[in-house]
Write a protein that binds this ligand. Structure first.
Ligand SMILES: Nc1nc2c(ncn2[C@@H]2O[C@H](COP(=O)(O)OP(=O)(O)O)[C@@H](O)[C@H]2O)c(=O)[nH]1
Ligand SMILES: [Mg+2]
Length: 362
């Protein structure tokens, strides 16, 4: 499974800078709104120290990380829902992503134009959210018209649909995102793909020297995130951009020089995994050590199917041990000898950090 995150935010907040740093994909970085006309898609390896540790133990021919897709979506301006800027094109790109990474400018720099004249995270977040909400309101109202017609033909499902749509319209009409209502629904939500129902991760783009402690702008962003029960991480686009062109050793030195434990990418991908309820399991051996992304709560047989449908079809059992155990023991052989290797059936729920070998027969 490939996770897909869309980077959103006002123009000139550092979206392409951070996207570039994350992907080296060469999206244009320029002091010009709408520079990113087409969404740029980058595929990035999800940083996971555990892979390197496992590779030390197994000395495999190949180490394969798990990947995440990142889309740099062109800047959104006030009125986008009504077609301003790149309006509708922009909004339709958001529709296809699993999660939104909302980058908010927390750096003052007179050289870099701010579309609204000043740095103000509260207002900036609200402009972006409002456009998503307005677009959703539009979708919900159109859907309501169609569902109303179906009620007249006596379709019982349409009654429930109209009820939910009306409640959604109420929430959106008050300027609230659809997220809150849909998350509390017991019934599976209608396939509306509402923009304001996507999980959001806020990113404060800070000046290098304020990256660790934050500043007044990031404080207000943190408060906004807290009120909505959402996560906010602090990043310096500039540091990330500098790091992107360095060797792994130099990168480590630079991080240490800034007093940072790990890169923004590592923190961002971890936060995105948590947001989407994703975990990583490993397949290990002399040929390959590989990370796999699954939804938390995935059964062994389904996880096997991610590797190959034959493995799921002929599933016998899963041999499972914990990453921590094999690292602590320092040798894969110890897993069996010390009883740390368990045999699990098809319904076993895979846990983050499980090292799994699937036995199958087709
Ligand atoms: N001072 C400063 N400038 C930045 C930072 N991040 C990005 N920029 C600059 O802001 C301008 C717009 O950045 P860009 O990433 O293209 O913004 P986007 O429109 O959100 O994609 C570029 O000139 C960047 O070099 C930052 O953290 N500090
Ligand atoms: Mg851009």
């Amino acid at each position: 499974m490939s996770v897909n995150c869309g980077i959103i935010g006002l123009p000139n907040v550092g979206k392409s800078t951070i996207f570039n740093a994350l992907t080296h994909a060469g999206a244009a970085v320029a002091n010009y709104p709408f520079c990113t006309v087409n969404p740029n898609v980058g595929v990035i390896a999800v940083p996971d120290d555990r892979l390197a540790r496992l590779a030390e133990l197994y000395e495999p021919k190949k180490v394969t990380p798990t990947y995440m897709e990142v889309v740099d979506i062109a800047g959104l301006v006030k009125g986008a829902a009504g077609g301003e800027g790149l309006g509708n094109q922009f909004l339709s790109h958001i529709r296809t992503v699993d999660a939104l990474v909302h980058i908010v400018r927390c750096f003052d720099d007179p050289e870099i134009v701010h579309v609204n004249g000043s740095v103000d995270p509260g207002r900036d977040v609200e402009i972006v959210e409002t456009e998503l909400i307005l677009k959703d309101l539009d979708s919900v109202e159109q859907r309501l018209l169609r569902a109303d017609k179906r009620i007249k033909t006596g379709d019982p499902a349409a009654v429930r649909e109209v009820d939910l749509l009306k409640r959604l319209a109420g929430v959106l009409g008050q300027g609230q995102p659809a997220r809150a209502l849909l998350m509390s629904q017991e019934a599976p939500p209608l396939d509306l793909q509402l923009l304001s129902s996507k999980p959001v991760l806020y990113v404060a783009n800070l000046p290098e020297e304020e990256m660790r402690k934050g500043n007044a702008h990031s404080d207000s962003l943190l408060e906004i995130a807290r009120r909505q029960g959402l996560e906010c991480i602090m990043i310096s686009g500039k540091i990330e951009a500098e790091m992107a062109v360095l060797s792994p050793e130099e990168r480590k030195e630079l991080l240490e020089a800034w007093g940072l434990a790990e890169s923004g990418l590592a923190r961002l991908s971890r936060a995105a995994y948590a947001l989407l309820g994703l975990i990583t399991f490993f397949t290990v051996g002399k040929d390959e050590v590989k990370g796999w992304t699954i939804q938390k709560g995935t059964a062994a047989v389904e996880a096997a199917g991610k590797i190959h449908s034959d493995i799921a079809r002929g599933f016998i059992c899963a041999e499972v041990f914990k990453y921590e155990d094999v690292i602590a023991q320092g040798h894969p052989r110890a897993m069996k000898e010390k009883g740390l290797l368990r045999l699990e059936g098809r319904d076993y729920l895979i846990e983050d950090g499980d090292c799994v070998y699937f036995r199958f027969n087709v």
